[in-house]
Design a protein around this ligand. Structure first.
Ligand code: F6R
Length: 611
């Protein structure tokens, strides 16, 4: 969370920074700021979005070829002008932007206070910039050494970019725990929390590793460790395209990303499925496949939507590969003293690849000797770099804060893994293996069909946009989809929603049901169809409003429900990929009708790099 950008080169820095902040705004949008160094430092910052910052600085001069910018997701101190970044040190020598949390900031603040430092903001970041200045002035060292020495005293996470008024043609960047990418152009450098602000200028990038420091002057980059050991920069080529990060004619990124799912799922299995032979090949798991096949237990970890994908993974691996699975919230797993054995396989699921709790959980699992795999979307992010193997989702950049196409891509990867492992463990026959592969390739087309129901779902949204509560019910593979449907609705429309296994309704939530309560029931044809029909009857008997997602041609439920949304039939194991689509659209339309900002819901951020 928080997006940071930097530029040093021959261009005017301001447009690069402001456009970069717009691309990173999904990471936080409580306040924004920019600092330029053109002889004298100039800092502009204000509470609100990047567009508010743009309006705020419109009349002011904004020149300079070196600059930094920040879009904030508040951790320490409420969102206001003073707490906005960049922060300047008390004597004006240093300006800093920071993504992360300085955990020992209270102690450092007190020490600096004893040496005469005063603070304007409530942030931990202002403490860090003052610590750098204190070391610089007291130790009479250069800016780079002051940054390194200060960082050696810091506990916590940081991605920072620092400017020094005495050394105006220089940016100093460092990371620990929070991501930082450097774009390498011709005589110019770009810095950002992810590659999206960089890709329009250059495809050559360096992903900074933890405890690395980059010292960038006009035309030169020096990479070293915090302990001053020189490093050779590893320049990689981005495969991302600029077109992938535009709205592409849609009103919102979320809608674009919902509609992209036929393609993103196809991209996720493309190159991994050989349709002629009906075989699967997961290159990132090739070297560890024997260990996965032998695994006694799989532990899947994730947060939010990725955790929901993990729950689908539990059904898939137990069903198809007969391996026992536990699905854990990363935040609980890491602090629970979990029992992890050498034979365990841990799969971390994360769109961003940067979620702090998930990252900490995989480190714990690695230390305990487990084989650690990743299912991530952002290439080069921290989780894939720290795992023993894994599979990228290839969903393309997901900019809308609410996860949509990442979820279906994660489930696609989990399905491919379970099918592959199931075949190798002989729990799937060749016929079943080939049938599943064949059916997976049909999923994008079936989703295209569901997307055509958009206007029907729009009408449904109109009817229920003003209710205060929603219940979502599903059984088996569709229980995690019920959770995901409820999460989508609450996070973007701010309507309270709960997801439940349908049979659990009788154990409490049924008390909530009356004629005001819409109940979304996922009731496609599978082995628990009769049971879910009974659950629908129970809701109906209490006058609940039933919105049922059913298989095409269903007549039983159509006769019972107030509304039905028909989706194509598929193998039960792929049903989450289809059933989630109408729920995404329903949330989207309701949120828009309620005037909510669907791409940037309040209080949320896309990449949760703090615990
Ligand atoms: C919900 C959502 C979040 C993320 C969660 C994990 O729509 O986007 O719940 O799923 O913050 O993020 P990643 O997958 O990046 O680890």
């Amino acid at each position: 969370m928080c997006g940071i950008v930097g530029y040093i080169g021959y261009r005017e820095a301001y447009p690069v920074l402001i456009n970069g902040l717009k691309r990173l705004e999904y990471r936080g949008y409580d306040s924004a700021g920019i600092a330029l160094l053109d002889n004298e430092p100039a800092i502009f910052k204000c509470v609100g979005k990047v567009s508010d910052l743009e309006n705020h600085i419109n009349d002011n001069p904004k020149t300079g070829h070196v600059g930094i910018g920040h879009t904030r997701w508040a951790t320490h101190g409420e969102p206001n002008d003073v707490n906005a970044h960049p922060h300047q040190s008390m004597h004006g020598k240093f300006i800093l932007i920071h993504n992360g949390i300085i955990e020992n900031y209270t102690e450092l603040k007190e020490k600096l206070g004893n040496r005469g430092y005063t603070f304007n903001s409530q942030t931990d970041s202002e403490v860090l910039v003052n610590l750098i200045e204190f070391i610089y002035q007291k130790g009479k060292v250069d800016a780079e050494m002051a940054v390194r020495l200060a960082l050696n005293k810091v506990e916590g996470a940081y991605g920072i970019v620092v400017m020094c008024a005495d050394e105006p043609d220089k940016l100093i960047a460092a990371r620990k725990g929070s991501p930082l990418v450097i774009g390498v152009g011709n005589d110019e450098y770009f810095l950002a929390s992810d590659a999206t602000p960089i890709v329009e200028y250059t495809k050559s990038v360096i992903y900074l590793n933890d405890q690395n420091v980059a010292v960038i002057t006009q035309g030169e980059l020096v990479l070293k460790t915090l302990k001053n050991i020189p490093l050779t920069p590893n320049i990689q080529q981005l495969s991302m395209d600029i077109g992938e990060i535009d709205k592409g004619g849609y009103d919102h990124f979320m809608l674009k990303e919902i509609f992209e799912q036929p393609r993103s799922i196809h991209d996720t299995f493309r190159g991994r499925i050989n349709l002629a032979e009906r075989t699967l090949h997961l290159g990132g798991l090739y070297h560890v496949m024997p260990k996965i096949v032998e695994a006694k237990r799989i532990i899947i970890i994730g947060c939010g939507t990725s955790w929901h994908a993990g729950l689908v993974g539990e059904y898939l691996f137990e069903d198809l590969a007969r391996i026992s699975v536990e699905v854990e919230y990363a935040s609980e797993f890491r602090y629970r003293r979990p029992i992890i054995s050498k034979g365990d396989v841990v799969i971390a699921i994360s769109q961003s690849g940067e979620t702090a709790d998930t990252l900490a959980a995989i480190r714990l699992a690695k230390e305990a000797g487990a084989l650690v795999l990743g299912i991530c979307n952002v290439v080069g992010s921290s989780i894939p770099r720290e795992t023993d193997g894994g599979v990228y989702t290839h969903a393309g950049p997901e900019i809308g804060v609410a996860s949509t196409k990442a979820f279906t891509a994660q489930v696609t990867v989990l399905a491919m893994m379970a099918i592959q492992v199931g075949r190798k463990r002989n729990f799937l026959t060749d016929d079943q293996y080939q049938r599943y592969i064949q059916e997976l390739t049909q999923v994008p087309e079936k989703i295209e069909k569901i997307l055509k129901l958009d206007s029907t779902i729009h009408k449904l949204a109109e009817k229920y946009k003003d209710v205060n509560n929603f219940l979502y019910l599903g059984r088996g593979y569709l229980f995690p989809v019920a959770l995901e449907g409820a999460l989508k609705l609450k996070e973007i429309s701010y309507i309270h929603a709960e997801g439940y296994p349908a049979a659990e309704m009788k154990h409490g939530p049924i008390a909530l049901i009356d004629h005001h309560m819409p109940v979304v029931v996922l009731a496609t044809k599978d082995h628990s169809y009769d049971k879910i029909v009974s659950n629908i009857q129970e809701v109906k008997a209490r006058k609940g409003i039933i919105i049922a997602v059913v298989s095409e041609g269903d007549t039983t439920i159509t006769g019972l429900a107030n509304h039905t949304i028909e989706i194509p039939e598929t193998e039960m194991v792929f049903s989450p990929l289809l059933a989630v689509i109408p729920l995404q659209l329903l949330s989207y339309h309701i949120a828009i009708m309620r005037g909510c900002n669907v791409d940037q819901p309040r209080n949320l951020a896309k990449s949760v790099t703090v615990e």
